[in-house]
Design a binder for this molecule. Sequence first.
Ligand SMILES: [Fe+2]
Length: 426
Amino acid sequence: MTLSDSYGNTISTNTADARDHYDHGVQLFLGAEFGAVQAFEASVSADPAFAVGYAGLARALMMEARLPEAKTAIARAQSLASASTDRERTHVSAFAALLDGDPPLARTIVKDHVRDHPRDAMAAQLCTNVFGLIGFSGKVGREAELLAYTETLLPHYQNDWWMMSMHALSLCETGQTDASLSLMERSLAINPRNANGAHFRAHALYETGEIAAGRHYLRGWMEQYDKRAVLHGHLSWHVALWALHDGDEQAMWDAVDDSVRPGSSDSMPINVLTDTAAILYRAEIAGLKVAPERWKDLSGYAARFFPETGQSFADMHAALCHAMAGDGERLAYIVDTAKGFAGDLVRPVAKGWGDIARGNWSGALEHLSQVMATTERLGGSRAQRDLIELAYVNVLMKLGLEKEARRTLKLRRPVLCDFTPVCGMQ
Ligand SMILES: [Fe+2]
């Protein structure tokens, strides 16, 4: 008996239970819901020879930052893959490349693979989303590349909530917010619990300056979102950010302390670090007082989880923490060793943070201006990269260049002009 998964891909298991648990795991994973690890574990328990089940398990474990277990799972998938189909073997090799620390190879494998197997959703997802293999490619034009990628795949996924949400995300990040919102509404109507959908619906609302509507929407949606799920911390960051923009300081700190900062969130370290650093500094830019202990704690967290450079988006935020915590040694280490997909940009940004922390605003302007033309290479969403946009505008304000600050914001991020979260510009 030949079985297929819910996307119609032939799978090498004869065990219906293994297939059913696998499909359940895929649905949970693609919707960023809690429970994918358990579902994939049940799948391989029902059929211990199911290679793709182990690949799914490896991917789900990665998203829970359980890397040693993920590596064990992918090794098991590789050892079983010879008895699988060509599609399954390539599928496994993409995850293996990623877990082996070779994102460029994984990206090449996936982009080739989906030409022949566009409905291999678990493989395809590796290149989707802002934290995916295209999002973190470090290339100029990666937002347009992501849009082209999901646009090509979309016709193969008629009425599929996941692919609709991924394409809506690509539309949002290329400035097509109306089209994004409308497609996301259709996706969420099919699966209202898709956290990737709720996440980028929130982004589209952010991009259109809908602060009150955004706060209301996300607060309601998150009431039923499992705190252990992968996006809980990051969605809480969005809640905190909107509270900041709304002038609701207490709600901002409540969200940060309940679900964003280290120790309060089960999210991946890259989210904990980047989200906490971003909200702390954006609060400072807005003129709020941030306790020095918060920066010290976060600097320690960054040093523990990102001791070496290479993940440029994380490195850029780690450098901010070290600078604000006054740890010149750790900051210098990032400046000296920055590497990875945008290491050449991390260096001037890190120097800029150092200047900002010392109040050397002209030095900060000199360093930050080197990266403003190509910030997309650093990775992350537009909302996340507003950290740099607002830091740059704040530097101009500190230099007494208010007109230039306002013009810069209007040119680069007009959505932030009406409720500018920069001290002195409100
Ligand atoms: Fe986000």
